[in-house]
Ligand binder design. Structure first.
Ligand code: 6OG
Length: 156
């Protein structure tokens, strides 16, 4: 039986640029990504998203905007990752390096997709044009997308 793990992923956005973090350890190590992790028992998805952003980047989000929802499946792994993606331009604090992440600003036209999860370049255009989306990706290992779909949605 497939089980689900609920995770969050948050992008800090300024006009023309986006904050990414180099994952220094654990799942996705060596790749640039947003900030996030598992939602814990007793907290909402939004609370989990804000907590992980603060823990991993030192940034406090006052509000978060929904971006998309992706279900990731990995061949031969019964666990489905349900990742809730948000962005924020409404935050306090300056990004700082933590044990988990090394933050760095990138301009919107110079996103390092070759050093990110291979799904990202497929759905970043939705985020950048403010189109809400749902998506599914089936991975073989960490580098190969076997199948996927993405659709724009009215609400999440
Ligand atoms: P921890 O296990 O470190 O949280 N995540 C993914 N992000 C992208 N862009 N693509 C994927 O493709 C991902 N799979 C997981 C969710 C892991 C963090 O990595 C994100 C979490 O923010 C497979 O707690």
């Amino acid at each position: 039986m497939a089980s689900k793990k609920v995770l969050t992923l948050v992008f800090v956005k300024e006009p023309g640029k986006i904050l990414l973090g180099m994952k220094k350890r654990g799942f996705g190590q060596g790749r640039w990504n947003g900030f996030g992790g598992k939602v814990e028992k007793g907290e909402t998805i939004l609370e989990g998203a804000k907590r992980e952003l603060l823990e991993e980047s030192g940034v406090t989000a006052n509000s978060l905007t929904k971006v998309g929802l992706i279900n990731f499946e990995f061949e031969k792994d019964p666990v489905i990752l349900e990742v809730h993606i948000f962005k924020t331009s409404d935050y306090n604090g300056s990004p700082m390096e933590t044990e988990e992440m090394r933050p760095q600003w990138y301009t919107d036209d110079a996103i390092p997709f070759d050093k990110m999860w291979p799904d990202d370049h497929l759905w970043f255009p939705y985020m950048f044009s403010n189109r809400l989306f749902e998506a599914y990706f089936l991975f073989q290992g960490m580098d190969v997308i076997v199948s996927h779909w993405i659709k724009e949605v009215e609400s999440l």
